[in-house]
Design a protein around this ligand. Structure first.
Ligand code: ATP
Length: 606
């Protein structure tokens, strides 16, 4: 919809589909408040608002003119809702490369420097917009970025107390080079560290051993917080750490919570969180899993609240899809130069030269970053495919997909239909017989993933098609029906993104969910936010693992088709990956990376 008050450049860009009404409204409001009439400044302001709406922290004035973005799905969720896990769509570069009406950037640049709306440079007093190093920010995001930068740099520069590494050999008994051991030593030796790696590379395994090493240090027992951006991720982290607790000597009752819960989210309060710089979190170690899903705003809140003398350990896979909200902090962190003064070597007793670290990885050690590389979960072929996609090698990706074995590229749906039908029949049989364990096992054997929520390649369409293939009768509930929880449900201890299946019980049909201690059956009438889920968006599948995954690729022109989407989807599988789509779609996906403008990677000082 084009706002009536939009004129000139704002109208041109709104008509070209680049700006939405909200972008224009904010720019016009700023113009009123600041007494700014220059069209180019108002356009730049609207593009800054739009940048945040589409995931960037700022607008890069050097590249914006050639990289107009499209917003493929205006159905954005409420950014402040902590229950929200599924963005459904990710704004990405316009694949057609179409550029909106031409813009004279030299003119715009001059107008921005002179504008009463724009603070120019790091030290200029407050104004609603800030221009630094060619990046234009809404002030709020500039402040958040500065806070994150400052906190991380201060943490990196400050030495930690001397470490006793004598427990390490017991925690990693196999001799020889081991990146997990290096990661533990590095994370224990710093106030902030990052443990990255693809799925199944042992990030949580490493975290459990890090905690054991910290608990073995002399002095008071450290207080530990385990957290993750979503309820489902927090539950997985807790389960995984608890399952290793006895083996490495951790307390058996360590629990994990969402970041919102940890920080004390208060929807009714101005300050939003109970914990902040004036009321810090009472922990000595804070481990954040699935950090790739943490936005700039949430990272700023967290850094504000963690004590300067608490070890902050960020864990995640920076190659996965980025958060719904603005910023891609984890990805920025692994790409930023080390701050001046940061130690560039591993702690004493650890020899990084043994570990086959490349130049980048060596430099990253200076930022406390260690990347784990060996997957303990999936076979060589899926690992090789993940690496080919991650490094943008389309030929290698296609070569692997054509090689057969556990990977296939198919143009049609026949094999998918056979698989969905067979699994559906088996699930219905098990569920009708009341065998919830078998029905849940079958649910984890295969998952259909799509880029889009709606449309011919979308989840909604596929859910209907798969329901037909698996013999659903059209009844609201039926035995063998796969379920997806779509909002956190504290009463039933269910998390947004949990999956279950409808099974027959002596009390009629009920929903069955896998729990750490076994299977729980819940009356269907007690579930408020639940849908049938033969298919999921790739976003929604983040953090889940299936034996076999089918990914339906959209056409090459789809703005959702990116390397991060492809990588995230195929790394959900532990044994088999089927990609349905054309070679062109595969090439388009591998070749297109999500671009999010941010100043965090640029320098360490801003
Ligand atoms: N060094 C190791 N030796 C043996 N098994 C390992 C090792 N590291 C990890 N594993 C096993 O590999 C599996 C995956 O490990 P883990 O869950 O820690 O990986 P992750 O990187 O946290 O995975 P994700 O985040 O994708 O869930 C687990 O079963 C774990 O016990």
């Amino acid at each position: 919809m084009i706002p009536v008050r939009a004129t000139g450049l704002l109208r041109d860009f709104a008509e070209a589909g680049v700006l939405e009404a909200a972008d224009v409204h904010v720019a016009l409001r700023l113009s009123q408040l600041g007494g700014e009439g220059a069209e180019t400044v108002l356009l730049a302001a609207a593009l800054a608002v739009r940048g945040v709406r589409t995931g960037s922290v700022c607008v890069d004035l050097a590249t914006i003119a050639g990289s107009v973005l499209v917003d493929p799905d205006p159905d954005h969720p409420d950014p402040d809702d902590p229950d929200r896990d599924d963005p459904g769509a990710e704004p990405t570069p316009d694949p057609t490369g179409a550029v909106a009406p031409p813009l004279a950037w030299p003119e715009t640049w001059d107008a921005l420097q002179d504008s009463p709306l724009v603070a120019v440079g790091v030290d200029a007093p407050w104004r609603p917009l800030r221009l630094v190093h060619g990046l234009l920010y809404l002030d709020r995001y500039w402040q958040q970025e500065q806070l994150v930068r400052r906190e991380l740099d201060q943490r990196a520069a400050r030495p930690t107390p001397a470490l006793d590494l004598s427990a390490l050999p017991g925690l990693f008994p196999v001799p020889g080079p081991d990146r997990q051991r290096l990661a533990v030593a590095v994370a224990a030796d710093r106030w902030v560290s990052v443990i990255t790696g693809g799925p199944g590379t042992g990030k949580t395994h490493t975290v459990a051993r890090l905690l054991a090493l910290l608990l073995a240090q002399p002095g008071p027992t450290p207080r530990i917080a385990l957290t993750a951006p979503t309820g489902k991720a927090a539950a997985r982290l807790q389960e995984s750490v608890q399952s290793q607790a006895a083996a490495v000597g951790l307390p058996l009752d360590l629990t994990a919570s969402t970041l919102h819960r940890l920080l004390g989210w208060r929807p009714d309060s101005q300050s939003r969180f109970r914990h902040h710089a004036g009321n810090r979190l009472p922990y000595d170690v804070v481990v954040v899993d699935e950090s790739s899903m943490v936005s700039l705003t949430l990272m700023a809140r967290l850094l504000d609240a963690v004590r300067p003398t608490a070890r902050l350990v960020l864990v995640g896979d920076p190659d996965q899809l980025t958060p719904v909200d603005a910023g891609a902090v984890l990805s920025d962190l692994v790409h930023r130069p080390a701050p001046t003064g940061a130690p560039v070597t591993a702690p004493s007793g650890i020899d990084p030269t043994e570990l086959d670290l490349d130049g980048t990885e060596r430099a990253q050690l200076g930022n406390g970053i260690v990347r784990l590389r060996v997957s303990h979960r999936y076979g060589h072929q899926i690992g090789a495919l993940a690496e080919a996609i991650r490094t943008g090698d389309a030929d290698a990706t296609l070569g692997l997909l054509h090689d057969g074995g556990s990977l296939t590229l198919e143009p049609g749906f026949d094999a998918l239909r056979t698989e969905v039908t067979a699994t559906g029949v088996d699930m219905a049989a098990a569920a009708s017989a009341g065998d919830a364990a078998r029905a849940i096992t079958l649910l984890g054997t295969h998952r259909l993933l799509c880029a889009h929520r709606t449309g011919p390649h979308g989840v909604t369409w596929w859910n209907e098609e798969c329901s037909r293939w698996s013999g659903a009768t059209g009844a609201r509930w039926y035995a063998g029906q796969p379920l997806l929880i779509t909002a956190n449900d504290y009463e039933n201890a269910l998390h947004n993104g949990d999956t279950g299946v409808v099974v027959e019980t002596p009390d009629g049909l009920q929903a069955a969910f896998a729990r750490a201690g076994g299977i729980e059956r819940i009356a269907l009438s007690r579930l408020s936010s639940v849908v049938t889920a033969h298919a999921l968006t790739v976003h929604r599948s983040q953090g889940s693992q299936y034996e076999s995954v089918t990914l339906v690729l959209p056409p090459p022109t789809s703005p959702l088709l990116t390397r991060e989407l492809f990588y995230t989807a195929i790394t959900r599988a532990s044994a088999h990956v089927r990609v349905i789509g054309s070679e062109e779609s595969v090439r388009a996906a591998v070749g297109r990376q999500l671009v999010r403008a941010s100043g965090l990677r640029r320098t360490s000082t801003g």
